[in-house]
Design a protein around this ligand. Structure first.
Ligand code: AVJ
Length: 332
């Protein structure tokens, strides 16, 4: 019997406060102004997102979960057993953990923007899987995805350097990226897979184009949870930038832009106002929208073509009965 594993943790270049403030100020100066969707996820925002996933209107989370539950045995035939499972945006690590019995990974690398967030989740998961080597990797992979030398050292020490790598990117988080940005990220994911042993690949959840009558309520629910999630971004910006956004003076706006194949979320001022922060200000006229998120919806054939452009080989996918969501496996 081998000794139980302890999770390891590595934090790579965390953006400092100055860089975060500069990014916010630059976005506010644009016309139209925009703030990146990552600013939706402070402590309250993450809880509001969890609440969104429970809403009747928000189909992606439960649809994807049903696809994994139904097709896990089939996925296990495609994804090599004994791989290094690399979980992008791992958060609570719950989605990956549910796949452990089917995929039987030999090592688990949980990637998220902050290892602080991963620490409790990985400590608890390690208790339930004492023999599985686990690494928490703090990294903003939306800027650039590469495991780096410290993770490579950890894989070598864990005897996992030459194992196939399965990159796991569930939740249709890829939807936050335009096709150009998504291609860049998928290319980097392909490099990560290709650096491991043969047979690796990418397991990714993708939300599909569907009728507006289904899409729009998912992003503008009857209880106003998504509205609170969107407006909470202003409170986060107030905290990060020292700004004085009044959230009650901003309305949640969400609609499907069919030409661009994306849901857009905006915040619209209900009256003209000036927002101030140390060293700057911006005037908003009534109705001048602040763009906070895009959530792209894909046709499976287009997403498959994108995977090919990114360097992946054989592709297959699994979907729900209604064809609302797909999980792709793309071989490196
Ligand atoms: C976490 C990016 C997948 O686009 O559906 C949910 C975020 N925004 N409701 C999505 C979100 C509003 C979500 N992703």
């Amino acid at each position: 019997p081998s000794t139980p594993c302890l999770p390891s943790f590595v934090q790579l270049h965390r953006p400092d406060d100055t860089a975060v403030r500069a990014e916010l100020v630059a976005g506010l100066a644009l016309s139209p102004p925009r703030i990146a969707p990552k600013f939706l996820y402070d402590a309250l925002g993450s809880r509001l997102f969890d609440a969104i996933t429970e809403l009747a209107e928000y189909y992606p989370t439960r649809t994807e979960a049903a696809i994994f539950a139904q097709h896990a045995p089939d996925m296990a035939l495609a994804v090599p057993a004994g791989a290094v499972l690399i979980d992008l945006g791992a958060g609570s690590c719950a989605k990956a953990a549910r796949l452990f019995p089917a995929l039987r990974p030999a090592a688990y690398v949980a990637v998220d923007i902050s290892v602080d967030y991963l620490r409790a989740a990985l400590d608890a998961l390690q208790q339930r899987h004492p023999a599985l080597p686990m690494l928490g990797l703090g990294m903003d992979f939306s800027a650039r995805l590469a495991l780096g030398p410290q993770a490579a050292d950890w894989l070598a020490t864990s005897g996992a350097a030459r194992l196939p790598r399965a990159v796991f990117y569930p939740g249709s988080s890829i939807g936050n990226f335009s096709s150009t940005e998504a291609l860049a990220l998928l290319r980097q994911a392909h490099v990560v897979c290709a650096e491991g042993g043969a047979g690796g690949g990418l397991l990714i959840g993708v939300d599909r184009v569907k009728p507006r009558a289904v899409l729009e309520p998912a992003y503008d629910d009857a209880l106003g949870v998504t509205a609170a999630f969107n407006r909470n971004l202003l409170l986060n910006v107030n905290r990060l930038l020292g700004a004085d956004f009044a959230p009650q003076a901003w309305q949640h706006v969400a609609f499907f832009n069919a030409e661009a194949s994306r849901i857009e979320m905006h915040l619209e001022p209900t009256r003209a106002q000036t927002v101030r922060w140390p060293g700057g200000e911006r005037h908003f006229s009534a109705g001048e929208r602040l763009h906070t998120e895009n959530s792209y919806k894909w046709e499976p054939a287009d997403f498959e073509a994108l995977l090919g452009e990114a360097g992946f080989g054989a592709v297959r996918h699994w979907s729900d009965q209604r064809g609302w969501f797909s999980v792709f496996w793309a071989e490196a």
